[in-house]
Design a protein around this ligand. Structure first.
Ligand SMILES: CSCCC(=O)C(=O)COP(=O)(O)O
Ligand SMILES: [Zn+2]
Length: 217
């Protein structure tokens, strides 16, 4: 069954909200980034951003609905995001995922490069870990990092291999982050928590280095 017009418009309106919020933070430099919201399971259909658009703006041609094979469910001149397959992998692996957001930021790129050798970024004892829905005392989280394969099926397969239900996100080396959640509200909260943790950690490393240099002089 195909999603109703009402369901599509609701997803598009929610994507507008998320898009403008992230755009205000400069999280879509150079047309980068893509967003999706699931509309239905079985058969999977989700609304996704069209490829190559300026995501700081709204237009009537911003989104389309695709199926589990990332194909538009109806005739359209719009091309789905080049990275739609990654959204499909997330929805197919985690039935509970209802929205998936991808942004390129300087902080997520720095962390992804700095910790690529370990294929993961680990952080512990930060309050914002609770923003990921993890409430245990002194929690420690590990975010996987994958190589930035140019071939999207290869990239999607690499992501499929490392993502787990415990951590709602994955870093792509020198590229960006995918974060997801049960709905758009939760996916946004997860994305914001990740970005806070990345920025905090990168700034803390800088500050610590500056303090060490000052005190050793
Ligand atoms: C100009 S950024 C390169 C492509 C990319 O990584 C991205 O997130 C945007 O691709 P899309 O096809 O979704 O516009
Ligand atoms: Zn990207």
């Amino acid at each position: 069954m195909t999603a109703t017009l009402e369901q599509r418009l609701d997803a598009f309106r929610r994507l507008d909200d998320a898009k403008l919020t992230f755009a205000r933070r400069d999280w879509f430099p150079g047309t980068s980034g893509n967003l999706s919201i699931k509309i239905q399971d079985e058969p999977l259909q989700f609304a996704v951003t069209a490829s190559g658009k300026d995501k700081t703006k709204l237009s009537p041609e911003d989104y389309l609905v695709v199926d589990q094979d990332s194909r538009p469910v109806e005739a359209t001149s719009l091309k789905p995001s080049a990275e739609t397959l990654i959204h499909a992998v997330v929805y197919q692996k985690f039935a509970k995922a209802g929205a998936c957001f991808h942004v390129h930021t300087v902080w997520n790129n720095l962390i992804s490069e700095l910790y690529f050798g370990q294929r993961a970024f680990t952080i512990q004892g930060q309050e914002l870990i609770k923003g990921l829905g993890i409430w245990e005392e002194n929690a420690r989280i590990t975010v996987p990092i994958v190589e930035n394969f140019a071939d999207i099926p290869t990239l999607a397969a690499a992501i499929e291999k490392v993502i787990t239900p415990e951590i709602p996100g994955v870093l792509i080396r020198n590229h960006g982050i995918y974060a997801w959640g049960g709905n758009d509200f939760e996916a946004k909260r997860h994305l914001e928590a990740f970005e806070f943790l990345f920025e905090y950690h990168a700034r803390w490393l800088q500050l610590r280095q500056a303090v060490v240099s000052t005190t050793s002089n």
